[in-house]
Design a protein around this ligand. Structure first.
Ligand SMILES: [Zn+2]
Length: 274
């Protein structure tokens, strides 16, 4: 399932063909959106933003296409007049003079003005995007200290889009291991140094995964492991999906358990109980 880094990379591809361009043709595959086609045709796309798994394609007339990828939504970008080979349902088609961006399969799509964005239930509920360049370590520490989060287990918080949008299952295991935090611990029980380490790991792991296309180990280590002939599945993560393999830091066997209904991977030595 895509997490924040994968959605942001999809948004980058869409932005590369649409931002600053006039949209010559717009087509929606959902009948309730048809009336927006003439209102968006001939307008210019100003930005493609993300909030977790939601993508916001912004136009110069203050309208925004909100699309949530859910499990199956998929964006394609290509030169006109090519079309992708797919049996999926076409939901959004945006054409410039030279390119097109196409969204397939997603069904949670809306066209919103500023008031609609401000009142949208998903956007109202989610926290700041984990890949937002404005997000700082200090802002994450303040969220960890907030009354609604400070007494919840960090292993649950790190799947909750209300805490940070774009967080997801592999990022949770990787961030908590990198910071040396046991998932059952609560922010209120962490020392200032532990909170700072958790905030730093949150930003560094998410940004590295975005830059590398989903690899969370440092580039030098990834290169070494590749040189040993390891497959991508074998070098991509520190702990995620590496149960029964040795911890890359201490050699202890990685353990798998379930928390908030999803698999979670930890090292009991690197992530001691508080
Ligand atoms: Zn370890």
């Amino acid at each position: 399932m895509p997490e924040g880094p994968e959605i942001r990379r999809a948004a980058d591809r869409v932005a590369a063909v649409l931002v600053g361009k006039t949209i010559e043709a717009v087509a929606f595959g959902l009948p309730q959106l048809k009336s927006f086609e003439p209102r968006l045709s001939g307008r210019t796309v100003t930005a493609v933003d993300t909030r977790g798994k939601a993508m916001l394609t912004r136009f110069d007339n203050q309208l925004t296409i909100y699309s949530h990828n859910q499990l199956y939504g998929r964006w394609y970008t290509m030169r006109r007049p090519r079309m992708p080979k797919t049996k999926r349902q076409l939901r959004v088609e945006l054409c410039t003079a030279t390119h097109k961006a196409l969204l397939y399969s997603a069904s949670d799509i809306a066209v919103l003005d500023a008031d609609g964005l401000a009142a949208h239930p998903f956007l109202c509920r989610v926290g700041p995007d984990i890949l937002d360049r404005q997000l700082t370590r200090q802002a994450i520490i303040e969220r960890l200290d907030a009354p609604e989060f400070r007494n919840r287990a960090v292993g649950s918080l790190y799947l909750d889009q209300a805490f940070l949008a774009g967080n997801g299952n592999y990022l949770r295991s990787e961030i908590l291991w990198s910071a040396g935090i046991e998932p059952l611990r609560k922010p209120a029980s962490l020392t200032a140094a532990e909170r700072a380490a958790l905030a730093a790991a949150t930003l560094s792991i998410a940004r590295r995964s975005y830059r590398s296309g989903g690899v969370t180990v440092p580039p030098r280590l990834a290169a070494e492991l590749r040189a040993e002939g390891r497959s991508r599945e074998d070098y991509r993560f520190h702990v995620f999906a590496r149960d029964d393999k040795p911890c890359r830091r201490c050699g202890t066997t990685i353990e798998r358990r379930t928390m908030a209904s999803r698999n979670l991977f930890t090292c009991r030595v690197c992530q001691p109980a508080g």
